[in-house]
Design a protein around this ligand. Structure first.
Ligand code: ATP
Ligand SMILES: Nc1ccn([C@H]2C[C@H](O)[C@@H](COP(=O)(O)O)O2)c(=O)n1
Length: 231
């Protein structure tokens, strides 16, 4: 460098979408950590607002009640891939948002347009503030939240592989019950009217069924580096 300043790398925005259990969180966190990028788990934000609705007595079967309350909770996401955080009105909810109750209600809450508008706004603000760029994972990042992302990835895997992975996490869970629950949640997320789970036309699809997590991470890191090199 002529003036002795550190070389600058243009910020890179990576969108990673796909159905449940395809490896979005594990891959996104590792890729962000390896490349020095920020990381945003948008599913955690939808879980956080669902948790708040449940804890504040909002009927999660009533879209009008959800819409009326959508602006009330303050949701904050920490974007360090080594220790992502999520708080609601100042309370750490990283554990409570993973309960079965929240998981069973999150598709209904996240289908409400007022909820999506609110959360999408948060996501865009966070992505715009990431100094070196960010890996954002979810269901509608490439199609709706960040349609101009530098790189869009759509992860897939067979329902059997995804259920086996999840059952491994939830020790002792019946793999068939887990598989049916995943399929049901994907169907709800794919069929909602407002920004459903979908692959963007310009996304790179990666089928992870036969790949190890390390192979998926390597594949995505390579794709990001290629994009960066061409910027
Ligand atoms: N390629 C892979 N091979 C084997 N296991 C994997 C692979 N990718 C992810 N896993 C494991 O599968 C589980 C689910 O992964 P992860 O939470 O990253 O998926 P996800 O797509 O973010 O799911 P969700 O959308 O439900 O949050 C984790 O235990 C993870 O370690
Ligand atoms: N961009 C997103 C991210 C998530 N959701 C909804 C739909 C999912 O079932 C739920 C939980 O996500 P997970 O933690 O399993 O990744 O949140 C969405 O609608 N849009």
């Amino acid at each position: 460098m002529e003036n002795g300043a550190a070389p600058t790398v243009p910020a890179v925005i990576v969108a990673i979408d796909g159905p449940s259990g395809t490896g979005k969180s594990s891959t996104s966190k590792a890729v962000a950590a390896q490349l020095g990028l920020s990381y945003l788990d948008t599913g955690a934000q939808y879980r956080a607002i669902t948790w708040w609705m449940v804890n504040n007595g909002i009927d999660t079967d009533d879209p009008h009640a959800i819409a009326a309350a959508a602006g009330k909770p303050e949701i904050l996401s920490g974007t360090d891939p080594a220790g992502p955080t999520i708080t609601v009105d100042g309370a750490d909810v990283a554990g409570p948002i993973r309960t079965q109750e929240v998981t069973s209600k999150v598709s209904a809450v996240s289908a409400v347009p007022e909820v999506r508008t609110r959360i999408t706004e948060l996501q865009r603000t966070i992505a715009a503030a990431a100094p070196l760029g960010i890996v954002v994972e979810g269901r509608d990042i490439g199609t709706t939240v960040l349609p101009d992302a530098d790189l869009k990835i759509f992860l897939t895997a067979s329902a059997e592989a995804r259920a086996a992975r999840r059952s491994g996490e939830l020790k002792g869970a019946d793999v068939n019950v887990t598989r049916e629950a995943l399929i049901k949640r994907d169907a709800a997320d794919s069929s909602r009217k407002t920004s459903p789970l979908a692959k963007a036309d310009d996304a790179v699809e990666v089928d992870t069924t036969e790949l190890t997590l390390a192979q998926v991470i390597e594949c995505v890191v390579t794709l990001v580096e290629e994009k960066r090199a061409g910027k």
